[in-house]
Design a protein around this ligand. Sequence first.
Ligand code: FES
Length: 107
Amino acid sequence: MANITFIEASGQSTTVDLPDGWSLMQGATANGVDGILGECGGSCACATCHCYVADDFLAKVLPASDTELAMLDNVASERRPNSRLACQIKASADLEGMVVHLPETQE
Ligand code: FES
């Protein structure tokens, strides 16, 4: 279980209590966070779950796979060093308190 805070480009902030194993994308879409679309359902094939992971948590999330890195080439908003796909990050106690910023647009 981890409390994850999503901050949309508008500044709207939503904190979600995510069960272990849920992806950040699942938690966001299930809780009305509009800044994540998740059009492919989490199969790392759409890049509409782009997010920016707070620097102090980058070392706590598993590294991006080659597939995720390739999909990050296709994001609609600026790709940054802390860009990730929210469907590829799974909640665990290590991520308690993590803050994720969302881009201006996903498509
Ligand atoms: S939900 Fe499609 S890539 Fe993450």
